[in-house]
Design a protein. Sequence first.
Length: 442
Amino acid sequence: MAQRPISAGIDRRGLLSGIAAAPALAGSLLPTAASAQTAVAPGGFSFAACGDSRPMMYLPYKDGHPDLVRLFVEMFGLVMPESVAEEVVKRDVKLVFDPETKDLVQVIMPFMTRSEVMTLSVDQGWVTRATVEDVKLLPGVHREMFQLQGGEWVAREIVRHVQAARAHFVVNSGDVVWWGNQGHLIDDSPYWKRVHDNMLKLLPPPDVEMRAAGLDGRWYLSVGNHEVWGDPKIEGTLAAVPYLRKLGVTPERLIYTFDFKGARFIFLWTGKYDYRSPSMWDADRPKYTEQMDQLRQWLDDAKAQGIKKAFIVFHYPVFARAGLGPIPEPDNPHKVIAAYARDLELVVFNGHVHTTELYDVDGVKYLMLGGAGAEQDPILPGRTSLKVPADYPQDLYWKGKPPQEDYNYVLVDVAPGQKTKFTLSRFRPTSAEPFATEELFT
């Protein structure tokens, strides 16, 4: 995997590695998608899938609180000693305040390379927009990589589909909060409160079929690296979605499975963030080899029961051509998964890299859905395409074109005896056609 340059000792994902909780829905002025009104086939069901729905950091400065320097030092401390982080913050991070209200309105800070500068717009504590300028290569050009309203649109649309019974439940591949250093629970974490207010509390209670399947909620996630950042015991996750405990999730075991209407769902855990290898599968609850053994058991059991479809969800991507790149060998699970492709229709949902890529490899469909709300740094020059082998699988979404700022989710239609259908709805803020839908893998 390509080495990422640093700016003043700062790794970009140490700084931005998760800026966006499931965003605000109420009052959004963005139009709804014109898609996804297909009726669910008899005996089938549908669900919504997305990933990396977190917003950027919450900085509600008022009367000197919170201590913004401390918060930035904690953030930079992910990739450098605290003493160095404090020096970097005081020297290189510029905070701009409204002269009348004294509210924080802008943050200017170094980005990935020495010549890149990132500007964050702040309103009511939330980062609403992020742009990057390369003062050496493209002075004066501010490339947008984040709008808060993009994630708001995704969340609002997903809620609308579940409320209308177009989707039974929601699957998220992880990173729904920024961190736990500003609170763990809905009552004290602005991030989990945002997830709750704009997604969880708006979803209807599970129906009779779901409860019969042992599903007591409508929202299921694989734990991402941001869920354990500042909250290693996942107190926030288990408090917000307590029904995960019924499925076997504990602070010591972050994987689980369930069946619904003849399909198996498997959720794995890829680990915390390591800036030296940001997509390395370094999970410890359980470790990679133990998870692969468990995955084989769950897939063997599905075959024995006559289950024909399996959906596997985990955070780090198996295949990726941009950003942080894929899970490196030897801990890339593709061979383990593909060994079951002759007996099962297999679909894998990933995230972590904040763009969208699609792959169909050895009979397995991979959807890297990192565009549900987080900042999209892979669209910036130098991050759009990693050096990969000549025979590396082709991305079926961008198809060789440069990626854009693209917020999206997928509706998945599952029907007995039929191929699974995938309908992606997207919002591209800078496009001449900002709203569109498309059928995937056709």
